[in-house]
Each structure stands twice: as C-alpha cells, then as structure tokens.
Design a protein around this ligand. Structure first.
Ligand code: SF4
Length: 352
C-alpha cells in the first residue's frame, strides 16, 4: 500500500488490498479505479455502481481531494478561465481554449494548465511572476485541471499546453508524469504531438526531455535574442545564456529530430526594433524551429505595451522571407485576463 493517503496514488493492486481489508469484493476495486482514472470522477457520489455505504466509508478514509472551481469567467471568444481551489486552499489558474468549425461546433479544445502555484521566474511581462512561488503542483493536480475543462465544456480535450502558471522544468518529474498520463489512452488519450511543454529555457529540463521516448512538443519562451534585453525581461535566466541555449536546443533537435517552437512576445520599444529582429534571425538560423510571435497583452500595473500591427506584420514577413517559418499567435481571452502573461488569480467578484 502507498504511504500516501491520496487515493489517486493507489494502483489497482493497492485498491484491491484495501478492499480486502474493508471486506469488500475485489471487483469493487476495479470499479473505483475506473471512476478515478477513466471517468475522472470528482466525487464519490458520482460513483453510482458503488454501494452508498462503501462510498461513505471511502470518503471518510480516502478523501478525493479534488479541486473546486472558485471562479469561472467566459470570454467573448469562447475562452474560459478557471480559478481552482486546490485541496490545501491554494489557488491555481487553468484556461480552456475552444476552436470552432464553420457550424460553430468545437473542433479543438486546448487546455493551458499550470505546473506550479505561483512562479519564481519573475518575468517582467508576467502577472504570475509578480506573485512569487508557493509550491509545486502534483501530476494529479495537473490532470484535474484537464478534467475540470473537459467536464465544463462537455467536450474531449484535444490539445494541452503546460503554459499556465509556473516553470514546468522546475517541477520536471511531476510535469512529465502528468504529460504521460494525459497521453495514456486509458485516461485522456491526447496525442503526444498535441502535448506541449513551454519553458523559459531551463537547460537541464531540455536535456532530460530529449531522452524521453514520447514526442512531446517543446516550446521555448525566448522573448529576446539579445542577452541584455533578455536578462531584463527574464532575470532568472541570466545564468543560462543565449549562446548556450542555442547549443542545448541544437542537441535536443539532433537527438529527437523534432521541431522546437520559439515563443516571442512583441513588446513595443523593448524588443521589437530592427536589431532585435536581426538577433532573432541569427538565433533561429540553423535550428529546426517555428517562431510564434505573440503581441503582448496588457498586464495591470505594467507599463509594457504591445507592438503595433505594422511592426508585427513586418516581423512575420521578414522572418518568413529568411526561411524561418513564423506565425502570429492570436491572443485569446484577453478580456478575462486569460491570455499569456495575464494569469494572476483575478476574481470576477471578491469571493475570498
Ligand atoms: S512567464 Fe511563465 S515562467 Fe515567467 S514568471 Fe510568468 S509563469 Fe513564470
């Protein structure tokens, strides 16, 4: 039996042992396991094929510790942002981003999930970074975020990005364990290529990811290819310089033969000048990569502003003309602070 009192840590065999102790037939363990891991149940009451008395015993002895939705906001573009209250009271944010077909039906549902409560990276453009780090999130808590969105939309989650609060590679083992469970066909069955992990560029994490057998997608938050500017925007990455980052990415690409996504937030007059563009071209040169340009979203209390559309178009055209495949990632959910860099547990009303 696991030392944990957290029911999600129990394997099927553990549950069978537990049910023997509870004088319950062994098949009940399989039923419970299915509810927990295939049907993503959020309460024992939902487990309709378990006897009521057994459900009561289990909820006393093995609480599910599922998160509750403390707040939910819906954007005019269909994006939904959730503030989840974890079992210990900590709050974490998750965003559901639907894409619709011409009939208005959801064709793709992407979840942007958090890997840490708060974040220690202090990126200058990010609301979360201003809050500081509280704790790591367990793999089950990451899966719960996916389940909350799936249940709320009543639609299968097709894509996930570890791009919410936190630096995933500072919580590497739990993050990779969560990605595997998302990929597991008996759980969420999300294709590995539709699972993206986004990092500030933590070398050790990139190296480790290159040894993982799954074809997860790697995204790097670059935001400047000029060292001084990157240091100012991402102060905690100062000790992981750009020249070495390029080498580490080169090794990753050589080992995995997988394309890396480079995320670049365009901030007016900070990192959107011609020399910034030339530095990005030179950084991307020789790397199997795709550049995602993200016009900056406004963050309360920050003076940083988005680049204008003429600059954004110029960047896309120039990069593409140099053979660097580049797209603009349209911001989603900015009216509910659900867009990149805006997550910071803002409430629709004061619920605390
Ligand atoms: S952008 Fe990501 S890594 Fe940087 S402070 Fe925000 S949450 Fe942390």
């Amino acid at each position: 039996m696991p030392s944990s009192t957290y029911v999600m840590d129990y394997s099927l065999t553990d549950l069978e042992h537990l049910f023997v102790q509870l004088n319950q037939p062994r098949f009940r363990a399989k039923q419970l396991h299915d509810w927990l891991h295939c049907k993503h149940a959020f309460s024992y009451e939902e487990m309709s094929n378990l006897p009521k008395q057994l459900r009561e015993i289990l909820s006393e002895q093995l609480p599910l510790n599922k998160p509750s939705v403390a707040d939910r906001q819906v954007s005019s573009d269909g994006t939904r942002k959730y503030i989840l209250r974890l079992h210990d009271g900590n709050l974490v944010e998750t965003v559901g981003l639907p894409s619709f077909d011409s009939h208005g039906e959801i064709k793709r549902l992407t979840v942007c999930f958090s890997t840490q409560v708060g974040c220690a990276m202090q990126c200058a453009f990010c609301a979360t970074g201003k809050e500081g780090f509280t704790r790591n999130i367990s793999s089950w808590e990451m899966l719960d975020q996916i389940a909350v969105v799936e249940r709320d939309f009543d639609h299968r989650v097709t894509n996930v990005v570890a791009m919410g609060q936190g630096e995933p590679f500072l919580n590497y083992d739990e993050t990779i364990s969560a990605l595997r469970k998302m990929n597991d066909e008996t759980r969420f069955n999300i294709g590995a290529r539709h699972i993206t992990v986004s990092t500030c560029g933590v070398f050790s994490g990139i190296d480790k990811l290159s040894d993982e057998p799954e074809q997860f997608t790697l995204a790097i938050s670059l935001h400047s290819a000029i060292q001084d500017i990157r240091n100012a925007l991402m102060p905690k990455m100062e000790n992981q310089p750009l020249r070495q980052l390029k080498k580490v990415l080169g090794n990753y690409i050589r080992k995995t033969n997988r394309r890396v996504t480079i995320e670049y937030l365009l901030i007016k007059d900070i990192n959107d000048q011609e020399e910034d563009l030339n530095a990005l071209i030179s950084f991307a040169n020789g790397l199997l990569c795709h550049v995602n340009l993200l016009p900056m979203n406004s963050v309360e209390g920050s003076e940083l502003q988005p680049s204008d559309s003429v600059t954004v178009d110029h960047w896309v055209q120039t990069l593409n003309s140099k053979g660097i495949e580049t797209t603009i990632r349209q911001s989603r959910g900015s009216d509910i602070s659900g867009a990149c860099g805006q997550l910071k547990n803002q409430w629709t009303s004061d619920l605390s």
